[in-house]
Design a protein around this ligand. Structure first.
Ligand code: HQG
Length: 182
């Protein structure tokens, strides 16, 4: 059952961030999907779901990835999109330092080009090293970069904090980070 929930969570994340057409739906410009259409679309793929299951997935998601609107007729991912949606991110001054976890094998390219959003809309940063290590591990042997976010902020580069506590920015130039030992 748990396994089922996990794989359904993964599928919903794919649909709400990257490929709404995988569940035969569209997102509006703010990233919202119609809940009824989403449920029907998921069922159309041969998966079993109902409103209670969807609510459970949203409520128990380990990273609080999704939000409903007030009357639960709409749902969206809080961040992590690759398709261009405006989820109304709030610009906010970051802490002096933030962290980015990545894999050793990307480091040479990152040193040369800076941190780029790659397939997503933003570079994802966290306020603690432990989270960064876990993010980096998804890609291989992890390394952690310490980002001089305070300095970037003072130099006019905008930062955003997503509903679920992920710090986002468009790009981090090489002058603003260094590797830390983990
Ligand atoms: C790397 C998960 C080569 C970048 C996590 C990263 C996060 C470069 C990878 C969220 C590069 C992109 C995002 C450059 C950046 N050359 N590689 N110039 N610039 N990269 O998955 O940050 O579970 O798109 O370092 O917890 O790993 O999905 O980004 O390694 O919060 O909710 O390119 O996804 O959250 O990988 O992860 P990703 P990410 P969820």
């Amino acid at each position: 059952m748990n396994n089922n929930k996990d794989s359904m969570g993964k599928f919903i994340s794919l649909v709400l961030r990257h490929r709404p057409e995988a569940a035969y739906i569209q997102l509006d410009e703010h990233g919202w999907a119609d809940v009824e259409q989403l449920l029907a679309g998921i069922e159309r793929t041969g998966r079993k779901i109902n409103m209670a299951m969807l609510e459970e997935i949203v409520r128990t998601d380990n990273k609080q990835r999704y939000s409903f609107n007030e009357d639960k007729t709409l749902i969206r991912a809080n961040q992590g999109h690759s398709i261009a949606v405006d989820v109304g991110l709030k610009e906010q001054a970051p802490p002096e330092f933030l962290y980015h976890g990545t894999a050793v094998r990307f480091y040479e390219s990152i040193q040369r080009q800076g941190l780029k959003p790659m397939s997503r809309l933003y570079v994802h940063l966290s306020k603690d090293i432990e989270t960064a290590v876990n993010v980096g591990k998804r890609h291989g042997k992890p390394i952690v970069l310490k980002i001089h976010s305070g300095r970037m902020d003072r130099e006019g580069i905008p930062f955003y904090l997503s509903e679920n506590g992920v710090w986002l920015t468009r790009k981090v130039e090489p002058e603003y980070f260094e590797q830390v030992s983990i």
